[in-house]
Design a protein around this ligand. Structure first.
Ligand SMILES: *[C@@H]1O[C@H](CO)[C@@H](O)[C@H](O)[C@H]1NC(C)=O
Ligand SMILES: *[C@@H]1O[C@H](CO)[C@@H](O)[C@H](O)[C@H]1NC(C)=O
Ligand SMILES: *[C@@H]1O[C@H](CO)[C@@H](O)[C@H](O)[C@H]1NC(C)=O
Ligand SMILES: *[C@@H]1O[C@H](CO)[C@@H](O)[C@H](O)[C@H]1NC(C)=O
Length: 465
């Protein structure tokens, strides 16, 4: 009997508590409703309520953020570095793409093997790909589908999008770098000559930030932006061995309004490569090496049109690179390169710190041609440090000279331990120079006058841009 009584008491207390809780919820709900003009769509409290949030209710505490986190482990990923987790990543992406302020999470301490995929937008703005773990590309070149040799992770039509995190994107490119595998792939499909995948590629994307992550060992280029606008790259690290061919660090093509800063790039090719269709590019606080340096071009290959303008490269440090600040064009191209500034560049053991090469050629010899991409308004200011071969090499087209090339405060000393150096060389390059200029041969390099005569013949080359 006593037992029944106490059960009844407990039940009674429970009913009262339940009623009280209900009442409290209703009151709170009414308060919330009257405070906000816009009723909340997500009952389980999304984390994305705009404006100053009201004091959180205790019983809601565990829900927010969860609804906007899309951990790929919850989408069936194994994260063992061997199983194929492509589908899980695609599913997480598709789900997150629909949710405002969502984050796709690649958790730390897991390795996810992902085949070539396209992560496509447009998505609801402010999507984040949080890479804290490791993404691995398929290690065997022969196992890549022939139709997907252009890139590994393809971001297409995304906007207001961020990649961030303390993790690594690993292209596992070793197999691609060996001449044998190149031969192997070429034999299999002749119509794809030496095509090798870029690790991360953005296509037709707008307002994208890539920060903090590490990108390593890409089969070819590490991070590429193509037909995109308003790009920020900050605090990333890119590395692959010096003997990995064609592995550009960051590659820009037909892309405008870009800031690349506070990053470190060392690979087998250009640290940063700026191609045709690029303008308003600001590169600063970059550590580059090993590799081929910071390059505009090669432009105008196969008589193509090239247009590059308004580039600032400053506060860059280069170690053991082939070139420092370089502009390279093929003979026979048309278009223009204008308003380019390289300033505050520290070089250490760089073979050719300053290069303009309008005779760029990847074969033994290329045919001489009269057309050339017109180069004007190139400023080299505060290029300081040591070179191992030649301090300055300006080889401009014989028919379309470079004009307004300014050399200001250039101080380049031969590196210790090297013995065969070449003199400064300039051909058909007009502009001003300003001391200090070391070695002094730089001073005789540029042609000071006559630029105005040359200007008139340029318009036919430049008007295409
Ligand atoms: C660009 O995207 C970021 C991140 O999603 C966002 O915070 C910012 O408001 C966007 N900027 C513009 C101009 O849309
Ligand atoms: C840069 O990235 C590293 C590695 O992801 C991170 O630990 C560090 O906090 C970042 N630094 C800044 C200033 O954001
Ligand atoms: C040169 O480029 C810089 C940087 O993009 C820009 O601010 C400046 O206005 C440009 N100058 C001219 C003459 O176009
Ligand atoms: C091309 O032009 C350069 C410079 O004028 C000259 O030295 C070279 O012999 C020419 N090459 C050919 C293949 O005509």
């Amino acid at each position: 009997m006593k037992r029944n009584k106490s059960i009844f008491h407990l039940f009674f207390i429970f009913v009262i508590m339940a009623a009280f809780t209900m009442f409290a919820i209703i009151v709170e709900a009414r308060k919330q409703h009257s405070k906000k003009s816009k009723p909340s769509k997500h009952l389980k409290g999304s984390a994305n309520i705009p404006g100053p949030a009201p004091a959180p209710l205790p019983h809601r505490g565990s829900y927010p953020t969860q609804s906007s986190m899309f951990n790929i482990l919850s989408f069936g990923a194994k994260g063992d570095g061997v199983s194929d987790d492509s589908k899980a990543l695609l599913s997480a992406w598709k789900a997150a793409c629909e949710v405002p302020g969502a984050t796709v999470e690649i958790p730390a301490e897991f390795k996810f093997l992902v085949k070539p995929i396209t992560l496509q937008g447009p998505c609801v703005p402010h999507l984040v790909l949080q890479i804290d773990g490791t993404l691995l590309a398929p290690p065997e070149a022969g196992s890549w589908p022939k139709s997907s040799l252009f890139q590994w992770l393809n971001f297409k039509w995304v906007h207001d999008f961020t990649i961030q995190g303390t993790g690594t994107v690993n292209g596992q490119g070793f197999d691609w770098w060996t001449p044998f595998s190149v031969y192997f792939i070429q034999k299999k499909s002749k119509h794809i000559p030496d095509m090798k995948p870029t690790a991360l590629r953005f296509y037709a994307s707008y307002n994208v930030t890539v920060r903090d992550i590490e990108i390593v060992n890409s089969p070819q280029c590490h991070l590429k932006f193509d037909n995109s606008k308003r790009i920020k790259v900050n605090n990333i690290t890119i590395s692959s061995p010096p003997n990995s061919p064609n592995t550009d660090g960051i590659h820009l093509q037909n892309t405008q309004d870009v800031e690349i800063q506070h990053s470190s790039v060392g690979s087998g090719d250009d640290c940063i490569s700026i191609q045709t269709g690029c303008s308003n590019i600001h590169v600063h606080h970059i550590n580059c090496g090993p590799g081929h340096g910071i390059s505009v071009g090669g432009l105008g290959k196969d008589k193509s049109v090239a247009c590059v303008s308004n580039i600032i490269v400053e506060k860059v440090s280069l170690q053991n690179t082939l070139a420092g600040a370089r502009i390279k064009t093929w003979q026979g191209g048309i278009g223009s390169v204008k308003n380019i500034s390289f300033s505050n560049i520290q070089v250490s053991n760089v073979k050719y710190p300053i290069i303009i090469d309008q005779f760029y050629c990847d074969k033994h010899t290329c045919k001489n041609q009269t057309e050339a991409v017109a180069i004007s308004g190139v400023r080299y200011d505060q290029i300081i440090g040591s070179y191992t071969v030649q301090p300055i090499y300006l080889a401009c087209s014989s028919n379309v000279p470079c004009i307004d090339v300014d050399l200001i405060n250039i101080q380049l000393k031969p590196s210790q331990g090297y013995t065969s150096f070449k003199q400064a060389f300039c051909w058909n390059s007009y502009g001003k120079s300003q001391a200090p200029l070391v070695p002094s041969s730089i001073d005789y390099c540029l042609r000071g006058d006559g630029g105005s005569v040359e200007r008139t013949s340029r318009s036919s080359h430049e008007h295409v841009c």
